[in-house]
Design a protein around this ligand. Structure first.
Ligand code: PLP
Length: 387
């Protein structure tokens, strides 16, 4: 079969592949500890499920507006005002099939051949692939532990060319768990504004913060930054709603209209009754979010302590999300070899850094139970010792 050439532009998701392999091993009866999945291990809170069930019973089972239920768009606009100090109206919002789809819509609407998209390394796996699918060029900027794996304003400035169109910012970050301080965000915003760039801020982990870390949306850095900002977010991580597939993009109306046109000919509206679950998530008490955050924080402390006790591994303490990003550079193994050997010989699933653009690192997700964390870290110590 002669497939379209765009297929060759993208690599299948390594994280999904490893998670699937770990699940298969588990199903075959092996005692697998999985640190691979980027998904909360909690079930969706009951009141959110109840709202979707009620919507189902009430017949909210039909096509809706492609850009989302008006009530949800209104609730999202209010959330952006209240939580993020961003002055968006419902017409500035499109409801999408998850944060992944909101970013995909954006790339399709904004990026074309010749356009450059600046992406800091390590990056979330899908950013460069989406840019490639849109025909654009990713300009990857390496960061390291010295700056907490965060791009500096100087690095951003140096990466800019006449073809630069968009800068992708993700804080708290997947895979590092690093959080840009408000001062760092403001300094990046100045570079964005000065160079007439667009910035997309992927804020999907904004609610998962530790040790007093503060999330500032880059759009709230200044009125000028607001004009150049696009916000991507979703319900998957904060509300344990990964399978619901509800996310959103907030941006200037012209861009939202373009995404709406694309969405109108591709997915149309997000599952109607799922959107009613999302409304309940935003409009009800946020205690469930805090409960999960506290549980993640407990696990974070344990996993960090265990990794720090293993010679030859180094780790920077994450202040957000639910990932630890571990430097395995001293071991002399490529990240894929490390992860394959660890999974095959010790039944522990982790993600190779090469998926995020850094082959001397691995990522562990601690969105798993404490017993698996204890067991998995013991095996990590043994594996590293054996090398
Ligand atoms: N952005 C980042 C940084 C992520 O880690 C993820 C999921 O892993 C997403 C976006 C997409 O989330 P979803 O499509 O499940 O809403």
């Amino acid at each position: 079969m002669k497939l379209a050439s765009r297929v060759a532009q993208v690599t299948p998701s390594l994280t999904l592949a490893i998670s699937a392999k770990a699940k298969k091993m588990k199903a075959s009866g092996l005692d697998v500890c999985s640190f691979s999945a980027g998904e909360p291990d909690f079930d969706t809170p009951d009141h959110i499920k109840a709202a979707a069930q009620k919507a189902l019973n009430e017949g909210k089972t039909k096509y809706g507006p492609a850009s989302g239920e008006p009530k949800l768009k209104e609730a999202i606009a209010q959330k952006l005002q209240k939580d993020n100090n961003l002055n968006y109206k419902p017409e500035n919002v499109i409801v999408t099939n998850g944060g992944k789809h909101s970013l995909y819509n954006l790339m399709m609407a904004l990026i074309e051949p010749g356009d450059e998209v600046i992406i800091p390394i390590p990056y979330w796996v899908s950013y460069p692939e989406m840019v490639a699918l849109a025909g654009g060029k990713s300009v990857l900027v390496t960061t390291d532990a010295a700056t907490g794996y965060k791009i500096t304003p100087e690095q951003l400035q140096n990466a800019i060319t006449p073809n630069s169109k968009l800068f992708v910012l993700n804080s708290p970050s997947n895979p590092t768990g690093m959080v840009y301080s408000p001062e760092e965000i403001k300094a990046l915003a100045e570079v964005v504004v000065k160079n007439n760039l667009w910035v997309v801020s992927d804020e999907i982990y904004e609610k998962i913060l530790y040790d007093g870390a503060v999330h500032l949306s880059i759009g709230a850095a200044s009125p000028e930054a607001f004009e150049r900002s696009i916000i991507s977010n979703g319900f998957a991580k904060a509300y344990a709603m990964t399978g619901w597939r509800v996310g959103y993009l907030a941006a200037p109306v012209e861009l939202i209209k373009a995404c709406n046109t694309i969405q109108g000919h591709s997915t149309s509206n997000v599952c109607t009754f799922a959107q009613y679950g999302a409304i309940a998530a935003l409009e009800s008490s946020q205690d469930c979010v805090e409960k999960m955050r506290l549980a993640f924080d407990e696990r974070r402390k344990v996993i960090i302590q265990r990794i720090q006790a293993i010679p030859k591994l180094s780790v920077t303490e994450p202040k957000g999300a639910f990932y630890v990003y571990v430097n395995i550079g001293q071991l002399g193994l490529k990240s894929t070899d490390f992860c394959n050997q660890f999974l095959d010989n010790y039944n522990v699933a982790t993600i190779p850094g090469v998926a995020f653009g850094a082959d001397d690192h691995i990522r562990l997700s601690y969105a798993t139970d404490m017993t698996s964390i204890e067991k998995g870290m013991e095996r990590l110590g043994k594996f590293v010792q054996s090398l």
